[in-house]
Design a protein around this ligand. Structure first.
Ligand SMILES: [Zn+2]
Length: 329
């Protein structure tokens, strides 16, 4: 840890600030709830995890970016951590809470179940995981600070369901494959949408969070600050960094809804992108390549949708009261 530069630590902390900012108003604590989310979620078969056998391991992403050595980054032991592990698809998923972490014994057990289930839901969507293990450490004063999302795991001080689910999804979307232009709408918007779908915190639901985001979006529009998603990046200092994730999540919902009309869903597109740019190559998909993937999966032409809501700033066709749960099955 000592040989890591401050700059690296900074960028690590920054990687997923959205979770912290977007939900800064919440004061929560993890509520139990292992399995499903809201009632609507349980009406779908998409949360049924199926068998956990080994389907084979896809190739690990090979990247030129500097990643921390997971052997150093994700360290825990049985003395200083309360460790929960589960074998799924021949991978070891580990959730380790520092002894002084502010969660009771039952809450730790419940939250570890939430992590296992979230990982397995995403695994099912992507059809594989390119590493042998996934680890999350919860604690204070961890070597790399508050947040980090790297393919093999993360260290964090925030045991929030939305935030944790967001970071786990980044193991694929953002790590196994990475969008051209860095931290733009597919990477942060789609990931935020998935984090919202796994939302299980007391007093908040998937629908309520999406509605909150819609309110933020209207505020930006009313202030004349809306911008095309294709022009936005969380690395851009010119605007509120959360907007790309919030508007991106709304557009991800609209894409999911439009795909559903064709008998498909957003997970199929993400899976195609993962296979194409995370397994078969390490290219960085462009907006045009995302468009091609949507067209390929749906058999429809999403050009008009992209022109309006990705390249343009046409008002999103939402009224803020109709965020339905879209089954991925
Ligand atoms: Zn993120």
């Amino acid at each position: 840890m000592k040989n890591v530069s401050n700059g690296f630590v900074t960028s690590l902390r920054y990687f997923c600030l959205v979770g912290v900012i977007a939900f800064g108003l919440m004061t929560i604590v993890a509520t139990g709830g292992g399995g499903g989310g809201g009632a609507t979620e349980n009406e779908c078969g998409d949360q049924n995890l199926g068998d956990l056998s080994d389907p084979g391991k896809p190739a690990e992403p090979t990247r030129t970016e500097t990643y921390p050595d997971p052997e150093i980054f994700l360290q825990y032991d049985d003395v200083n951590f309360d460790v929960f592990q589960k074998e799924m698809h021949n991978r070891t998923v580990t959730v380790a809470f520092a002894n002084d972490f502010d969660l009771g014994n039952q809450e730790r057990k419940d939250f570890s179940e939430f992590v296992f289930n979230t990982w397995a839901v995403y695994w099912k969507e992507f059809g594989g995981f390119p590493y042998d293990s996934y680890t999350i450490l919860y604690g204070y004063d961890l070597p790399y600070g508050d947040v980090g999302a790297f393919g093999r795991g993360q260290e964090t001080s925030s045991a929030r369901t939305d935030y944790t689910a967001h970071e786990i999804y980044h193991s694929w979307n953002g790590n196994a494959f990475r969008q051209d232009g860095e931290r733009t709408w597919f990477m942060e918007g789609v990931t935020t949408y998935y984090g919202n779908m796994r939302q299980q915190q007391e007093g908040y639901t998937y629908e309520s969070i999406m509605n909150t985001f819609y309110g933020y979006y209207l505020d930006y529009c009313n202030a004349g600050q809306d911008r095309p998603l294709a022009d936005m990046s969380m690395n851009d200092d010119d605007y509120d960094h959360t907007f790309v994730a919030q508007k991106g999540a709304l557009v991800a919902y609209l894409l999911d809804k439009k795909l559903k009309e064709t008998g498909h869903h957003l997970g199929e597109v993400a899976r195609l992108i993962y296979q194409r740019y995370g397994i078969e190559s390490v290219g960085r998909p462009t907006n045009q390549e995302f468009l091609s993937a949507f067209n390929e999966v749906s058999g429809e032409d999403f050009t008009d949708f992209f022109n309006k809501y990705i390249y343009g700033t046409e008002a999103l066709p939402l009224d803020g009261s109709e965020f339905e749960w879209i089954c991925h099955e």
